[in-house]
Design a protein around this ligand. Structure first.
Ligand code: SF4
Length: 473
C-alpha cells in the first residue's frame, strides 16, 4: 500500500561522503518507505531530517556538522519536528553529539542503520551507536606495540559487526548504474585512517548474497555495476571455501544483463596474478582499476603502514599494463604525510610524471584523532601540503590533457554509456575509463537514450572531459 502523503511522515535524507555511505542511505530510505514514510522531501518541507554523515577526515566531518546545523535551524523554525544523525560521525563522536549540537533527537551508528525507522518515528531521544569506537581508537593508537591486543579487541566485539544485506534499496543513482558492496569494514593497518575504528574489521559478504543483490540491481535496470568496499582485494579471505575476489568477479561476469563491471578500491598488496588474468579475460569486467596507492616513496609507505614497497607497486602496475589490454588505471595519493621530505615528494612527482595514470587524485594529509599517524613527528605545514598537492595535480592535468588531445587527434573509437541529456539534444555519458562521480565525462553532440551504450568517435576535449560524435548506431 502506498503511504498516505497527508498522514505519513515526510522525510528528507541528506547523504554525504563516499559510495559506501550512499548505499547505506539507499538502504535506509527503502526501510523508511517500507515503514510508511514519504521519502525524498526537501529539507524545508520535511517533518524529519536525517543526515547520513561522513567522518572520514576532519573536512568531511566539518561539512557534516554544517549540514546538521542547517537541519537544526529548520527544527528551530518549526518546519521540521525531528533531526536524526546517522553514519560515520556518530561512530566517531558517539553520544557527545547531543552536547555538540543542541536539538538532535536521535543518533544511529553505521552498524545500527537497520534501526533508522525507530529513530525517525520515535518520540523520545533515541541512541543506537556502537559504543566501542573509543575502545578501538585507544587500541589503534597503541598499534605498533600491541597488534595482538587489537586482534583480540576485534574478536571480542565481533558480535557487534554483522554483515548487512544491501538488497531492497531506494536507489539514488541513475537506474542504469549502481554500486555493489562486497564487504564491510577494513582490517588493513594504514596509520592515517579512521575507517577501521568507524566501520569495524573486515567482513566479506557471502557470494550468494552478493550475486542476489547484483541480480536485483540488474532487474532494476542497472547495466553498470561498480564493485566497492573499503578493500575489495581482501574479498573472501575470511570466508570458507577458498573464495577470493577473482572467483567472485568471474561469477558476476556470468550474470546476464550486466554490461560493465568496474572494480573500485583495490588495495595493492593483495592484487595477484589471478586477479590480473581475470580482468584480462572476463568480458563484462571492464579494463578499469581504481587502486589507491597513497604514495610511492618507501619511507612514506612504511610510515603509512601500507605493507607494500615501491618495487612491488611498480611490478604490479607493469604487469597490469602489459597483460590487460587498454587498461585504465586510477589512483589517489596523499601529500604532506608526517615526515614527507622534499626528496620523498620529488620522488612521488617524478613517478606520477613517468607512469602517466589515466586518472589521479591528490589529497593533503589530515591528522585524525586516534590514528597512529597523528602522533608521528615531522608535521608538514599546511602551506607546503597545499603547494605539493597543487604541483602533483598540475602534473597530472598535463598528462590527462595531452592524452585527451591525442585521443581527439586520432579520432579514437569508444563506447559511451549515456548518463543524461541536457535538454538541448546533447548527451553526457562516460567511456569505460570514466567511473561515475570521480572521473571526467564524455559529451555527445547527438541525442540518445539514457542508459544505453553507443559507439562514438572522440573529436575533441574540454579539460578533463572528452567530446565525441556518435557513429554506426
Ligand atoms: S585500506 Fe587503509 S586507507 Fe583503505 S580503508 Fe583500510 S585502513 Fe583505511
Amino acid at each position: 500500500m502506498e503511504p498516505d502523503p497527508e498522514k505519513s511522515l515526510r522525510v528528507a535524507l541528506v547523504s554525504l561522503g563516499c559510495s559506501k555511505n550512499l548505499i547505506d542511505s539507499e538502504r535506509m530510505l527503502a526501510m523508511l518507505a517500507e515503514g510508511g514514510c514519504v521519502v525524498g522531501a526537501p529539507m524545508d518541507e520535511a517533518d524529519v531530517i536525517v543526515i547520513n554523515t561522513c567522518g572520514f577526515v576532519e573536512a568531511a566531518r566539518a561539512e557534516s556538522m554544517d549540514v546538521l546545523a542547517e537541519a537544526l535551524e529548520y527544527k528551530r523554525r518549526g518546519s521540521a519536528k525531528r533531526v536524526v544523525v546517522a553514519g560515520c560521525v556518530v561512530n566517531r563522536d558517539g553520544t557527545s553529539l547531543y552536547e555538540q549540537a543542541e536539538g538532535i533527537d536521535a543518533i544511529v551508528g553505521v552498524n545500527n542503520r537497520s534501526e533508522i525507522l525507530a529513530a525517525v518515528t520515535g518520540n523520545a531521544r533515541f541512541t543506537r551507536c556502537d559504543d566501542i569506537s573509543e575502545n578501538f581508537k585507544s587500541q589503534i593508537s597503541n598499534f605498533k606495540s600491541d597488534t595482538d591486543g587489537l586482534k583480540s579487541q576485534i574478536s571480542n566485539f565481533k558480535f557487534k559487526f554483522k554483515i548487512h544485506s544491501d538488497a531492497g534499496r531506494f536507489r539514488l543513482t541513475p537506474r542504469h548504474t549502481a554500486y555493489l558492496r562486497i564487504s564491510e569494514g577494513c582490517s588493513q593497518k594504514c596509520t592515517f585512517c579512521t575507517i577501521p575504528s568507524i566501520r569495524g574489521p573486515f567482513r566479506s559478504k557471502s557470494p550468494d548474497l552478493i550475486l542476489d543483490e547484483a541480480r536485483e540491481l540488474i532487474a532494476d535496470g542497472a547495466i553498470e555495476l561498480n564493485i566497492i568496499a573499503q578493500d575489495t582485494t581482501g574479498y573472501g579471505r575470511d570466508l570458507p571455501g577458498g573464495w577470493n575476489l577473482a572467483r567472485l568477479l568471474r561469477q558476476l561476469d556470468s550474470l546476464d544483463g550486466a554490461r560493465w563491471i568496474r572494480l573500485m578500491y583495490a588495495y595493492p598488496r593483495r592484487f595477484d596474478d589471478e586477479l590480473i588474468d581475470t580482468i584480462a579475460e572476463c568480458e563484462r569486467l571492464i579494463p578499469y582499476v581504481d587502486i589507491p596507492l597513497q604514495h610511492i616513496s618507501d619511507g612514506v609507505l612504511k610510515r603509512m603502514g601500507r605493507q607494500t614497497t615501491r618495487s612491488e607497486i611498480e611490478t604490479l602496475l607493469d604487469k597490469m599494463r602489459s597483460r590487460i589490454a587498454r587498461i585504465a588505471i586510477r589512483t589517489t595519493f596523499i601529500v604532506g604525510f608526517p615526515g614527507e621530505s622534499d626528496g620523498e615528494f620529488a620522488e612521488l612527482l617524478d613517478f606520477v610524471e613517468k607512469f602517466r595514470f589515466d586518472a589521479m587524485g591528490a589529497f593533503e594529509y589530515s591528522p585524525e584523532g586516534g590514528t597512529p599517524a597523528a602522533m608521528l613527528d615531522g608535521a608538514v605545514s599546511d602551506e607546503v601540503k597545499a603547494r605539493r598537492a597543487e604541483r602533483l595535480m598540475l602534473a597530472q592535468q598535463k598528462i590527462v590533457f595531452d592524452a585527451n588531445a591525442a585521443k581527439a587527434a586520432a579520432g579514437e573509437r569508444v563506447q559511451v554509456l549515456i548518463d543524461a541529456t541536457d535538454g538541448e539534444g546533447r548527451c553526457v555519458g562516460r567511456t569505460f575509463a570514466q567511473a561515475p562521480e570521480i572521473d571526467g565525462v564524455c559529451y555527445l553532440a547527438e541525442p540518445g537514450p539514457i542508459g544505453s551504450i553507443v559507439s562514438a568517435k572522440i573529436v575533441g576535449f574540454d579539460n578533463y572531459d572528452l567530446i565525441a560524435g556518435m557513429i554506426d548506431n
